[in-house]
Design a protein around this ligand. Structure first.
Ligand SMILES: *[C@@H]1O[C@H](CO)[C@@H](O)[C@H](O)[C@H]1NC(C)=O
Ligand SMILES: *[C@@H]1O[C@H](CO)[C@@H](O)[C@H](O)[C@H]1NC(C)=O
Ligand SMILES: *[C@@H]1O[C@H](CO)[C@@H](O)[C@H](O)[C@H]1NC(C)=O
Ligand SMILES: *[C@@H]1O[C@H](CO)[C@@H](O)[C@H](O)[C@H]1NC(C)=O
Ligand SMILES: *[C@@H]1O[C@H](CO)[C@@H](O)[C@H](O)[C@H]1NC(C)=O
Ligand SMILES: *[C@@H]1O[C@H](CO)[C@@H](O)[C@H](O)[C@H]1NC(C)=O
Length: 272
């Protein structure tokens, strides 16, 4: 073996044996750093999330961060549920581009669902249920073509359900119950053509102004009952007023007649 051979062997032993997992991913670091600063942990339930920046969160197969799971050196699952977390969702969550599951359910998170989540093109599970998230459901979520699960129940979300979500052909669980949503349920999410699963009324109930199939048409019935009661009360009041006026007019006419009669009588009376 020559010197070149030895050098090659040395190079192979040093550089070649470096595990790929030690390459820190700047996007994941940005994602976690921003997430950590946008959420608050008043009960100190989160372990190892205290530092301000996260160097190499996926140095092994597992992350040193509670709730984070790694795959091929990238964060692929974030699950921080029932930890009394407050604060809001950072738009920089979208920097965790390998994320497949985001579960932040059962906390006290506020603010909107960032439309930047659309850049999580590998996202299959989005569970943000049982928080205090407000604003509307971003229609851009339809760009996350692999979404299997969208669970947003028990929040304060308002506005309409974006029709675009009906484009998510892999969606097998969809729950927006108990929010403040309004308007019609998109036909593509109520009924779907073909043998694909669809979502029943339990996915939509508890939204005061949401209507349409598969919700029962109770709301319209309720409205017409109210209308009938209103018409009944209104016409009752109107006829009362009318009859009162009629009686008044009749009385006045009778009075005038009587006065006229009286006048006639006094006129006819011979003067003494
Ligand atoms: C926190 O980090 C320490 C040291 O890196 C590790 O031993 C521990 O398992 C981590 N905790 C969690 C919940 O991952
Ligand atoms: C949530 O956490 C509380 C205590 O922190 C516990 O009592 C409760 O059982 C948990 N709920 C679920 C659904 O895990
Ligand atoms: C990280 O996320 C922010 C907010 O969505 C975005 O502006 C930025 O372009 C992202 N960076 C990368 C590298 O994707
Ligand atoms: C979302 O999370 C909640 C609470 O952690 C859980 O009960 C629910 O089953 C999850 N949703 C789905 C569709 O898995
Ligand atoms: C959905 O299907 C039901 C019966 O399966 C039907 O009664 C209803 O009219 C359909 N709604 C729409 C919007 O297609
Ligand atoms: C609605 O669908 C869910 C699963 O998607 C099921 O567990 C539940 O029993 C269904 N409810 C009704 C009333 O059909």
């Amino acid at each position: 073996m020559g010197v070149e051979g030895l050098l090659l062997l040395l190079w192979l032993l040093t550089c070649g044996s470096l595990p790929h997992s030690t390459h820190p991913d700047p996007d994941d670091e940005a994602c976690l750093t921003h997430l950590s600063s946008s959420i608050q942990d008043p009960n100190n339930n989160l372990q190892n999330w205290t530092r301000t920046t996260f160097q190499n969160p996926c140095s092994g197969f597992t992350s040193y961060l509670q709730g984070a799971t790694c795959n091929n050196g990238r964060i692929y699952k974030l699950s921080l549920t029932n930890l009394s977390l407050r604060g809001s969702l950072s738009p920089f969550l979208s920097n965790c581009t390998n994320l497949q599951a985001l579960d932040l359910s059962s906390n006290s998170l506020t603010g909107p669902i960032p439309s930047d989540l659309q850049y999580l093109v590998n996202l299959a599970v989005l569970n943000l249920s049982s928080n205090r998230l407000s604003g509307s459901i971003p229609p851009q979520l339809a760009f996350c073509a692999y979404l299997n699960v969208i669970d947003l129940h028990d929040n304060l979300l308002s506005g309409q359900i974006p029709q675009q979500l009906g484009l998510l052909v892999r969606l097998s669980a969809f729950d927006v119950s108990n929010n403040r949503l309004s308007g019609p349920i998109p036909a593509s999410l109520g009924n779907r053509s073909g043998n694909l699963p669809r979502f029943n009324a339990t996915s939509y109930e508890g939204n005061k102004d949401l209507y349409g199939y598969p919700l029962p048409p109770l709301k319209n019935k309720g409205l017409s009952v109210m209308a009938i009661v209103g018409i009944g009360l209104g016409s009752g009041f109107l006829s009362l007023v009318l009859s009162f006026t009629a009686v008044c007019i009749w009385l006045r006419v009778a009075e005038e007649k009587m006065a006229a009669e009286e006048g006639k009588i006094t006129q006819l009376m011979p003067e003494y």
